[in-house]
Design a binder for this molecule. Sequence first.
Ligand code: ACM
Ligand code: ZN
Length: 506
Amino acid sequence: MIIPKPLVEQIHAGEFAFPDELPVHLAYGKDHGYSYFVADELSQRLRVAAGKFVSIRDSHPEDHTPAVVLTDQNVPEDLGPEGYQLTITPERITLRASSNAGLFYAGQSLIQLLHHQRTQIAPVGSNGSTTLAGLPCIDIRDRPRFPWRGFMLDSARHFQPVEMITRLIDQIAAMKLNRFHWHLTDDQGWRLEILSYPRLTGVGAWRNNGQGSSRYGGYYTQQQVRELVAYAKMRQITIVPEIDIPSHNLAALAAYPELSCHGEAREVTGDWGLRDGVYCAGRDQTFTFLENVAAEVAALFPGSPIHLGGDERKPGLWDSCPRCHGLRKDLELPDESSLQKWFMDKVAAHIRQAHGRRSISWGDIIDYGCSDDFIVQGWVKGQAGKAAAKGIDTINSTNDWVYLDYPQSAQEHAASYPDWMQTLPLEKVYGFDPIPEGLKPQHHKHILGSEANLWTEFVPDEAQLYHQIMPRLYAFSETVWSPVEHRDFTDFENRLEIQRTLIQPK
Ligand code: ACM
Ligand code: ZN
């Protein structure tokens, strides 16, 4: 019934019948503020589903009085830091968890059960009553397979208004994903307000859309970002910002041309593809700039590593710059890739030292080396396995399986997607294993998990965004949450039919 499929799900005879007044008890020995948040959302859902009066009480339930109970007592020990138990008996609906994450996920599973039962009595689209009389007895014990379960959104190629990001966070939280990787800068736009460099958004957030003088763009203010980070945190999601260096930076260079090798005027581009927006490695002010930006980013995104991009630097640019070439010779580095290793390590070392954070790099880094403090995000086949085998913590986002900007069928591909994309059907996403083939068991622990990625060159609006991610993100959620031995595509499709109706944005 639930996506992603729980570890253990046992249905028993009997039913919890909803009483006319349904109490939701917060049964904690000590103050437990977060449980109010979970109880509040649950109460609203129960009220609608059961059509009964629901009240929240900060107390233990009385014996034999039908009740919903949220508690941290008697939680099975083997459920890990994000696990939970959800038990329904004729007199209790009990959500047990020893962490906020576990409690939130127990709530999400109960919400899916409510929805499932309502669609059983009144299929979606029918005009029947959808008020539930009760819920079947069940025992669910659940925990995720991987700690890093992410979704990446590119807000540079197309800009999504902040309300759209909020709705998206609701959707991915319901799938028990816990990282929202936010690609905030690229050649086509700089989307994050940086107070010490106002031209980044004053200039870098806007591009000519090719139709006369009209501009396309937008950016997120620091206040909006703080609110989103807090909103996501309540839903157990860490927002991971990506500030891509050294390449993919035409927007930043349009704002501050003095950070480029030759200092010439640049424009924020509306074209796609590999560009030459590279920061000059040989200028001190490049690093002053990056350190100042990193300070604001670190303050806005507490508790998250900082993604430094590091992908797709166009070869030849640095060697054609007297400063970069001179620096490379002074450092006795054999080639531009070694200079990129030096560049990335320098910025990451500063972030570690000044802000106590790790940095993340796209898998390109594996070809030229990096410090073990980096988390590597493999995106080309082979990168994730290579990184993990070296003992580096790795996120496996291999494009063949999890690039949700790709079309879902051959027909779709032929009709409107570029040739260079692969076709990525639902079943292929469902068959993804974040543990790369051939990776030795002793290295499995370095696969932190995976992220499904949505690049937005061809995703101009919310309708297209949901077309790309639904239902493939549901399949993805199961690849990072559920045991690989439990995979069953037909069973998944049956569960999906029900959840499909729950996942549409309002
Ligand atoms: C990437 O797709 N350039 C990481
Ligand atoms: Zn240079």
